[in-house]
Design a protein around this ligand. Structure first.
Ligand SMILES: Cc1ncc(COP(=O)(O)O)c(C=O)c1O
Length: 294
């Protein structure tokens, strides 16, 4: 069995088995969460919407004064090589740029040499196909947009992780946190959608603009549903006909219970199901895919 079977990483211009991938303790990505990242996925040997992920990744780096020496084509080839090296047909592929290490003794981020890392590991599901999520709506606030721009994908996750612990204390598996107005923001690695009377609403404040969220908005519009990017109050979410989460790590995932109360009778709602089917069908559409060269 190849030592790359659990995944492959790209560090310091070399590909190594994921278990051997190591970074410096002094990297500010680790010490200060001073980094940006993106996660794309490979399904049946093909990346889904890779260029959308790369657009977001390059925009995030620019917003944070980070840069890497790789062109988009070089980046595609590095990510693709991580996947082919591991042999994985379904993969979770992460790319990370950190501030790196400063000049010795300096605290000036401008002296840092930015670092780029990437890895491919077996696909990670927030909720497996056929499964649904049970969430709580936490009163914990997502870090304000004025402090950390949520559209720049970042590792400021303590609010989300503490929300998860609050959920575990209530015998629930995940949590959604709120924005400064007390409306729903997002969950650990996912955006949220509510459906009421055939209309979809997804929060637009204090959230990452997820690629799966974007795909869902496109699919729903194409199917003739009205979509709104705006406020979603906890009350509206609890009263929704259907509720679901969206993420690269699982696609469109039904939420069957909120704060212990069933949504859509605890079943997968018909619109959620229709969107889910279309989402996975798009993975066979050449307009959205980029093949890994194994
Ligand atoms: C905080 C947060 N919100 C939403 C998402 C969903 O984004 P995407 O659909 O691009 O995976 C993620 C993905 O990891 C995330 O970290």
């Amino acid at each position: 069995m190849s030592s790359f079977v659990q995944g492959s990483a790209f560090i310091d211009e070399a590909y190594v088995p994921i278990a051997e991938a190591k970074i410096s303790l002094l990297d500010w990505g680790f010490l200060h969460s001073d980094a940006t990242y993106d996660v794309a996925h490979v399904r049946n040997g093909k990346f889904f919407r890779l260029h959308d992920h790369l657009d977001r990744f390059y925009a995030s780096m620019q917003a944070l004064h980070l840069s890497i020496p790789y062109s988009r084509e070089e980046l595609c080839s590095i990510l693709s090589h991580c996947v082919s090296q591991s042999g994985l047909r379904h993969a979770y592929v992460e790319m990370i740029t950190t501030r790196g290490l400063p000049e010795p003794g300096s605290r000036d981020p401008r002296t840092c040499t930015n670092r780029f890392y990437a890895f491919a590991i077996p696909f990670v599901w927030i909720a497996k196909p056929g499964a649904s999520l049970e969430v709580i709506i936490s009163e914990r606030q997502r870090i304000p947009s004025q402090s950390v721009d949520p559209t720049v994908k970042n590792y400021h996750w303590l609010d989300l992780v503490m929300g998860q612990f609050e959920a575990y204390d209530k015998n629930c598996e995940s949590a959604v946190v709120v924005n400064q107005d007390g409306n729903i923001a997002e969950g650990p690695g996912f955006n949220v959608f509510a459906i009421k009377d055939g209309m979809l609403t997804t929060p637009d404040e204090g959230v990452l603009l997820g690629i799966t969220r974007k795909t869902t908005l496109e699919i729903a519009t194409e199917l003739g549903y009205k979509v709104v990017e705006g406020k979603l109050s906890p009350q509206a979410a609890r009263a929704a006909d259907e509720l679901f989460a969206t993420s690269t790590a699982g696609g469109i995932m039904p939420i069957s219970k909120v704060d212990g109360k069933p949504i859509a009778g605890g079943q997968v709602g018909p619109i959620t199901q229709q969107l889910q089917e279309r989402y996975w069908a798009l993975h066979k559409d050449a307009r959205y895919t980029y093949s890994v060269n194994y």
